[in-house]
Design a protein. Sequence first.
Length: 245
Amino acid sequence: MKLTFQPAPGRLPPDLRIYAIGDVHGCDEAHAAILDRIADDYDARPVEEAVVVHMGDLIDRGPNSAAVLARIAQGPPIPGEVVNLRGNHEDLCLTAIDGGGETASLWRRNGGEACLADWGVPKRSPVQQWEQLIPPEQLAIIRHQRIFYRRGGYFFAHAGLRPGVPMMEQDPHDLVWIREPFLSWTHPHEAVVVHGHTPKVKPVIRINRIGIDTGAVYGGKLTALVLEEDRMAFIQVPGPKKQRK
């Protein structure tokens, strides 16, 4: 596998490579395939420091959210750090588990029903029992997700950020949920924002942001953005053909 590089809107320090993976949404086979492609690239082109960043929304809607989390729990696919960012679906999941009531119903209606089934949680189980029925190492991944990650000239957050607000003063809710005015903002931020959350057919490249949710769970592709120094490339694998109901 040979990557095709192009100029990037930001820059990383020498000897650092970041692989940022867009919204997985339980697409287990696509997730396994893209990690294999990342491992192949790393083996062919070793680097002093490599980081794998999951951009959030690991769970819900897709074929097997539990399998995705179990794979992540096994450890990094390459030598180096794995950063798991919180997506709005993990946010919904934790709010449901910790709050119950209407929040649990909201999550179930937005993909949580499929995720609970993947965990083997019986449909009629009360929300108070969910935490005990979920594999602890998988729930720990969700609970310990970061809200953002910053390296070099890049800022990684699931949804984006609030324009005009300093990066270190951002509201966590915006980083996980925002769309506008972030998506239509044309001015530079303090760093180039890498995000998912808003699915598009192809990666979106702007001077101030790179969007890498390419709708794997909706029949699109799962995308990994490869960043090194002042250049970037993309690794893509097909998502499942049919979305789970």
